[in-house]
Design a protein around this ligand. Structure first.
Ligand code: ADP
Ligand code: MG
Length: 409
């Protein structure tokens, strides 16, 4: 075979960096104190209940593997944006409780992540035991990538494992600086799964390759669009973002949300797409309201009036998008096509979610709201890869260097 095959436990991530993974036979785990940076940044309800434990579930293969190997585990994560202050509503204690239920074994919960008390707890850990540290972001030094904070996190630790794919684009102490103080380091199974699947989009994707981008802001997604243009055959744009593109094309968009300062960028993308022969599909009909209220009366139009506010793509557009998806071999979707949280604005997003689920294509979906829409539409299990990464996935697809991966290689 002409293809380069990764050896067990390692992978060339972006053509230059070699990562070691936790199943590398060279690593001896027995009795080792392992600092595991995970992504336990789960959504919580107002009463503090975990509303979706996907991210905890996604960390389980790495946790159980290390436990089977007899390691002593110290699990660390951030949760929300406490901005350097301890906040009871952003404690990781509910995560520790959920882990106890999922793993069926005792979980030690530490009420901080650094300090003498923590050091003592780590030194007393028995092989096969699990400790969860309190939210790393209760210390502002985490986000400052502070060296002395990183050194404290690394105290008494033998091996560093990063499996927090959702955080690898952040140059934070537990992701980057800490790796300078622990000599043995590697990536976990979730990171491997993410880069293998996202890598299928960036290197030799099967054609036709279609990308569907939506969501609220052009600014959030413009880098991905620019990067994908050289690889894809068709780009479909929906969501509020579509109206910046339609406006750039001189289409009447009424009072729909658009970004004035991105019009020139939208124009450049349209020009670049046409020079590369990439087909761009913009919505040709729209679900509109005349007042921005979830209970406002909605109607479908092809030509928007001066007071119309678009909240979704219309049925004709859904059909056009579905056809392109049907013939695709590779599909990437990020960003809802409409205001899917509203009764009148979910059909575009659900229609596209179902079309992707029914297609034979290798499909990747990313973005918190898009994934929520997949679950709501009941088709999440029919997607080839649901990326847990959010911002990290988008940066990976753009070919940007991810500090957390660079630090491991
Ligand atoms: P993701 O989380 O999947 O990356 P984004 O956060 O970029 O997606 O965008 C999701 C948001 O975009 C949703 O809250 C949705 O209501 C909003 N949105 C989509 N289409 C429209 C529209 N036409 N007008 C206003 N908001 C929209
Ligand atoms: Mg979002």
């Amino acid at each position: 075979m002409g293809f380069w095959k990764p050896r067990r436990g390692s992978l060339i991530a972006d053509g230059k960096s070699v990562l070691t993974f936790i199943d590398d036979p060279k690593i001896d785990w027995l009795g080792k104190r392992v600092f595991c940076r995970l992504d336990f940044n789960v959504p919580l309800s107002e009463s503090g209940e975990i509303t979706d434990d996907t991210r905890i579930q996604a960390a389980l293969p790495t946790i159980t593997y290390l436990l089977e190997k007899g390691a002593r585990l110290v699990l660390a994560s951030h949760l929300g944006r406490p901005k350097g202050k301890a906040r009871a509503d952003l404690s990781l204690e509910p995560v520790a409780t959920r882990l106890h239920a999922l793993l069926g074994r005792e979980i030690i919960f530490a009420h901080d992540c650094i300090g003498d008390g923590i050091k003592k707890l780590i030194s007393e850990l028995k092989p096969g035991s699990v400790m969860v540290l309190e939210n790393l972001r209760f210390h502002s030094n985490e986000e400052k990538n502070d060296e002395s904070f990183a050194r404290q996190l690394a105290q008494s630790i033998d091996v560093y494992v990063n499996d927090a794919f959702g955080a690898v684009h952040r140059p934070h102490a537990s992701v980057q600086a800490i790796t300078r103080y622990i000599s043995i380091k590697c990536a976990g199974f979730l990171i491997r799964k993410e880069i293998e699947n996202l890598g299928r989009l960036t290197s030799n994707p099967q054609k036709p390759f279609v990308a569907i981008l939506g969501g609220a802001k052009v600014g959030d997604k413009i880098g991905v669009i620019a990067q994908l243009l050289g690889k894809i055959d068709t780009l479909m744009i929906g969501g509020a973002m579509a109206y910046t593109f339609l406006k750039a094309r001189g289409v009447q968009i009424g009072k729909s949300r658009y970004e004035e300062d991105r019009l020139h960028l939208a124009n450049m993308i349209l020009k670049k797409a046409s020079s590369l022969g990439v087909q761009i599909l913009l919505p040709t009909d729209h679900v509109v309201v005349s007042e921005f209220r979830s209970d406002a009366l909605a109607q479908t139009v092809s030509i928007m009036g001066p007071d119309d506010i678009a909240i979704d793509i219309g049925p004709k557009s859904i059909g056009e998008f579905e056809r392109a998806i049907h013939f695709a071999k590779t599909v990437f979707w990020n960003g809802p096509l409409g205001l899917f949280e509203w009764e009148a604005g979910f059909k575009g997003t659900f229609g596209i979610a179902k079309a992707i689920a029914e297609s034979e294509a290798f499909s990747v979906v990313g973005g918190g709201d898009s994934i929520a829409a997949l679950h709501k539409a009941g088709v999440a299990d029919k997607i080839s890869h649901i990326s847990t990464g959010g911002g990290a996935s988008l940066e990976y697809i753009q070919g940007l260097e991810l500090p957390g991966l660079v630090a491991l290689s």
